[in-house]
Design a protein around this ligand. Structure first.
Ligand SMILES: [Zn+2]
Length: 683
């Protein structure tokens, strides 16, 4: 969601000049046309690779002209003629970005990679041209410094965000420094892009070697009996991007960090973390470090108990002659023995729960929870051509029948798809220049266990949670009632946005919701109460490990972004990155049996996905979502008044108010920091 200037609406004027290039050919670039499709869904069947670059160029040109018009306007600067006009500028760019940045994540191929390489510097330069434009800034500052009392709260937030975007993108720098900042931005975007493509290539190499996608790695590590194979998989998985081949990310990581440090310095900050965190809820590195440190201590204490329990099970294998005497739990044993402990402790076997979690049934549950809580209705849209036949389209309406938006879902892995799961917008919610509301188009992309030959896809408990998680983001996007695209839906700070996705996970295993969707795919039998009880009991299981690896990755991210130029200069050889990880893990007190959830060279979140000095956001937001959930539990989880308050206070508001103001409005108090530890059984 790194679109800087989002908006839509069609600017007819610039189109005519652009079409002259296609003499003798009546075909029009679809991005330059009005989309006369159902609900304005992008006309995927008409979009060709060759359309992207011209559309990006046309979009940039269009927005530049619109900005020149804002500057040339002789009227006194007002919110509407400066900020409002900026919000609605760049309609072509919004369309092409909305499609391209989604499709390049799921249909990655040499053609799209080449296009991305070509447009990345153009987009980066365009963004700099906007935020380093002194005449435009003068107008923005005039509105910002004028009396704001007549603006709506949302307008004040849009104004603040816009003003700060200029401040944070170099408007205050002298010309020489601005020139250097432009170089840094362009170089950085090319390098992060390359890093992401290397990740994808390494993931595909892993799949080729072991026959499973990296998303299926935890499951494979749980079920693989052969210890040496587990070790081999662990080593391959955890050394992605660190293999000395053409996809090695070590050099790139150091280059990116050098650029980020230089940029932070230019902007007047000690390190990248201080620069990045300033506008976030957490605000500064010290706050994040202290927050993570407390969680890490609790996680490690629990993890040590878990290792002892697993070692006991391993000792039985030793006794049975399956392993040599003295064998100890290693990182590649964790999933496997944790599962054995789980079976023994909770009598829960994933193989027994999977038949109740067939993908289509899980989707029913995800939708049903949104229907019960917020009155959302779902209708499958048949015959709509999407970017890939594996994706499906749904129409979402509110209880009164009004359109909420269009939902695409794309659940299973393929070699062209990046790993992990995410939500994104193809189109934002906003009001156009004629005052008509545009509703969003949103996608959920996942990499769930692939379907069997008969088409049934049986999900693990984790995957069920992921389905609810990503749809939680989608609900944040669908229920939004804002006016301006830069604050609508999920356009909130990074450390607030996960609150709503993680909150939505809670519904996955509420017995009343399970009764609706968790049916055996073969017989239709509803999941037995006894199995539900076992799942619910086991949800806090292995939390030392899962919290530990998540928290360790969050700390590793912070430590990278707290480096100074002098410290980074000491990274001299290929071994430096591993040495740094070892040092950081030692200092945080991580035990040898656990490694960070992501190691540096495949940490796509922080090097190519906007989570730099931001991976802590998941844990940070969990304090909020668990504290909010405690209110639901206290009020009765299906209490309609509580659900309505949650919808109106958070989901409709997007970024149109400060997060903590919204939170206090919902809860009547600050969140209780120990809600996270309670929820994870780490108290
Ligand atoms: Zn999320």
């Amino acid at each position: 969601m790194n679109h800087l200037n989002k908006a839509a609406g069609i600017a007819g004027l610039t189109l005519m000049t652009l079409l002259t290039a296609c003499t003798g050919n009546t075909r029009v670039n679809p991005f330059l046309e009005d989309w006369d499709t159902p609900y304005g869904i992008p006309p995927f069947d008409r979009i060709e690779y060759a359309d992207y670059v011209p559309a990006f160029k046309a979009g940039i040109e269009q927005q530049q002209k619109e900005i020149e018009a804002i500057i040339a306007n002789p009227d006194a600067p007002t919110f509407d003629n400066v900020i409002g006009a900026l919000e609605l500028s760049g309609s072509i760019l919004s369309k092409v970005q909305g499609v391209f940045y989604n499709v390049s994540e799921t249909e990655n191929c040499p053609e799209l990679m080449a296009i991305e390489e070509e447009i990345t510097p153009l987009v980066s330069e365009h963004s700099d041209n906007i935020y380093m434009n002194k005449d435009l800034y003068k107008k923005v500052a005039a509105v910002y410094n004028a009396d704001q009392s007549r603006l709506t709260r949302e307008q004040q937030m849009v104004l603040k965000k816009t003003y700060e975007a200029f401040e944070r993108n170099g408007i205050g720098l002298d010309e020489a420094k601005q020139a250097r900042l432009r170089e840094i931005n362009t170089e950085m975007s090319a390098k992060t892009n390359k890093l992401g493509n290397n990740n994808l290539a390494e993931n595909n190499a892993f799949k080729e070697r072991f026959g499973i996608s990296v998303s299926a790695y935890p499951t494979a590590m749980t079920t693989t009996e052969d210890r040496s194979l587990r070790e081999e998989m662990f080593k391959a998985y955890s050394s992605r991007g660190h293999n000395g081949n053409e996809n090695d990310n070590r050099r790139l990581v150091l280059d990116v960090m050098r650029l980020r440090i230089e940029k932070a310095k230019l902007m007047g900050y000690d390190n990248p973390a201080a620069f990045i965190l300033e506008p976030k809820m957490a605000h500064d590195p010290e706050t994040v470090d202290a927050f993570l440190d407390g969680i890490m201590k609790a996680a490690v204490a629990k993890a040590k108990e878990e290792v002892a329990e697993m070692q006991e099970v391993m000792n039985q294998d030793i006794k049975a002659g399956l392993l040599p005497a003295g064998t100890k739990i290693k990182p590649w044993d964790w999933w496997y023995y944790a599962e054995k402990v789980r079976k023994a402790k909770y009598d829960l076997d994933e193989e027994l729960t999977k038949p109740y979690f067939e993908m289509k049934n899980v989707q029913k549950g995800v939708f049903e929870a949104a229907h019960i809580l917020y009155g959302v209705n779902f209708e499958r849209l048949e015959g709509v051509k999407l970017y890939n036949d594996a994706a499906e389209a749904w129409k979402l309406t509110d209880a009164d029948g009004s359109l909420l938006g269009i939902f695409f879902c794309d659940y299973f892995p393929r070699s062209t798809k990046r790993s992990g799961a995410w939500m994104n917008n193809f189109r934002d919610q906003y009001y156009d220049k004629d005052g008509n509301e545009v509703r969003p188009i949103i996608v959920n992309v996942c990499n769930f266990s692939s379907p069997a030959e008969d088409g049934t896809a049986l999900l693990t408990v984790d995957e069920v949670e992921t389905a609810f998680h990503e749809f939680g983001h989608a609900l944040h996007g669908f229920l939004t009632k804002c006016h301006y695209p830069s604050v609508s839906g999920t356009s909130v700070t990074r450390d607030f946005v996960e609150t709503f996705s993680q909150f939505n996970e809670n519904w996955a295993f509420v017995p009343e919701i399970l009764a609706v969707y968790a049916h055996d795919y073969r017989t239709g039998e509803v999941i037995p109460a006894e199995l539900v009880e076992k799942i619910r009991n086991s949800l806090k299981f292995n939390m030392g490990f899962t919290t530990g690896e998540l928290c360790a990755a969050s700390i590793l991210d912070m430590k990278w972004h707290e480096l100074t130029a002098e410290e980074l200069a000491k990274f001299t050889d290929a071994q430096s990155i591993r040495d740094f990880e070892t040092k950081v893990c030692g200092e945080m007190g991580l035990i040898d049996e656990i490694i960070p959830r992501y190691r540096t060279t495949y940490f796509n979140h922080i090097f190519n996905s906007g989570y730099s000095a931001g991976y802590y956001s998941y844990l940070w937001a969990e304090v909020l979502d668990m504290d909010a959930w405690e209110k639901f539990v206290a009020d009765g989880v299906f209490n309609p008044a509580t659900a309505k308050a949650f919808r109106q206070t958070f989901l409709e508001k997007g970024g149109s108010e400060e997060p903590m103001t919204l939170y206090r409005a919902f809860r009547g108090a600050d969140p209780d920091p120990s809600a996270l530890l309670r929820a994870r059984g780490l108290e």
